[in-house]
Design a protein around this ligand. Structure first.
Ligand code: PGA
Length: 249
C-alpha cells in the first residue's frame, strides 16, 4: 500500500546555522508515526542536513539536479554528487524551476531518467496556473506535464516516483485549493496512471498536495482518499508548524 509523506521544501532559505537549528528543533519533537518525512534544504547545506539527520526518521532531499553525469555545466549538481553525500531523494519540476529557470518538460524527462538510474526517489511537481483553471484546461495541463516527463518510464520504475500536485496559483499565495478541488485532481491523476501503467502502480503511488498548506488546513486536505500527504513550503520553515502538519497526515 502507498505511504504517507510530508516533505518540506525549504527553497532558498536558511543558512548553515539556521539549517542545523531547524533540524534540531524538528528532532526534538520525537518520532513520527505512520508518515515519512523529507526535508529539502538548499544544496550547500545538504551535507550538514545529512549528518544532522543520521539515525533519525528524517530523509534529506535535494531541490534540483542536472541530467548529465558531469561536465561543463557551471552552477549545476549531478546525481553522482548527491549520491556521494548520501542524498537519494530529489524534488524535480517545481513550478519555480519551470518558471524562473526555464526548466522544460523535455529537461524533466531526462532528469527523471537520471534519478531513476541512480535509484533515487523523485518527488515530481506539476500543476496548472491560474489562467488554466479559469479556462477550465487544468486537467489537460496536468495530463500533458505528467505524460511528457513520466510516461516513458517503466512500470517498475514507479517505485521511485512520488507525485506532488501543486497548483501554481496556490504556491506561496496563502490561497489553497479546496479539499474537494484537490481530491478531484488527485483522483484524475491516479486514473491517468492506472490507464497507462495499471492499477497496482496507480494504487501504490503517493500523491502529495502542495500550495499554502498550514496546520489549520492540513488535516482536511490530507483526509481526502487520494491525498497521501503534502509538499510544504513556507510552513516547513517553522518546526512547530511543520510538525503539526506532519501529525495531520
Ligand atoms: P507553499 O509552497 O507551501 O509556501 O505554498 C509549496 C511549494 O512550493 O512546494
Amino acid at each position: 500500500m502507498r505511504v504517507k509523506i510530508v516533505a518540506g521544501n525549504w527553497k532558498m532559505n536558511n543558512d548553515k546555522e539556521e539549517t542545523e537549528a531547524l533540524i534540531e528543533a524538528l528532532k526534538s519533537k520525537g518520532k513520527f508515526t505512520g508518515v515519512q518525512v523529507r526535508i529539502a534544504p538548499t544544496s550547500v547545506n545538504l551535507v550538514q542536513a545529512v549528518n544532522a539527520t543520521k539515525d533519525t526518521d528524517i530523509k534529506v532531499s535535494a531541490q534540483n539536479m542536472h541530467y548529465s553525469s558531469s561536465g561543463a555545466f557551471t552552477g549545476e549538481i549531478s546525481a553522482n554528487m548527491l549520491e556521494s553525500i548520501g542524498v537519494n531523494s530529489i524534488i524535480l519540476g517545481h513550478s519555480e524551476r519551470r518558471a524562473y529557470f526555464n526548466e522544460t518538460d523535455a529537461d524533466l524527462e531526462k532528469k527523471v531518467a537520471k534519478a531513476i538510474q541512480h535509484d533515487m526517489e523523485v518527488i515530481f511537481c506539476f500543476g496548472e496556473e491560474l489562467n488554466d483553471r479559469k479556462e477550465n484546461t487544468h486537467f489537460d495541463v496536468v495530463e500533458k506535464q505528467l505524460k511528457a516527463a513520466l510516461f516513458s518510464i517503466q512500470p517498475s520504475d514507479w517505485k521511485y516516483i512520488v507525485l506532488a500536485y501543486e497548483p501554481v496559483w496556490a504556491i506561496g499565495t496563502g490561497e489553497t485549493a479546496s479539499p474537494e478541488q484537490v481530491q478531484e485532481m488527485h483522483a484524475f491523476i491516479r486514473q491517468l496512471i492506472e490507464n497507462q501503467f495499471g492499477k497496482i502502480v496507480a494504487d501504490n503511488v503517493s500523491i502529495l498536495y502542495g500550495g499554502s498548506v498550514k496546520p489549520a488546513n492540513a488535516q482536511e486536505i490530507f483526509s481526502k482518499p487520494d491525498v497521501d500527504g503534502g509538499l510544504i513550503g513556507g510552513a516547513a520553515l517553522n518546526a512547530d508548524d511543520f510538525f503539526a502538519i506532519i501529525q495531520s497526515a
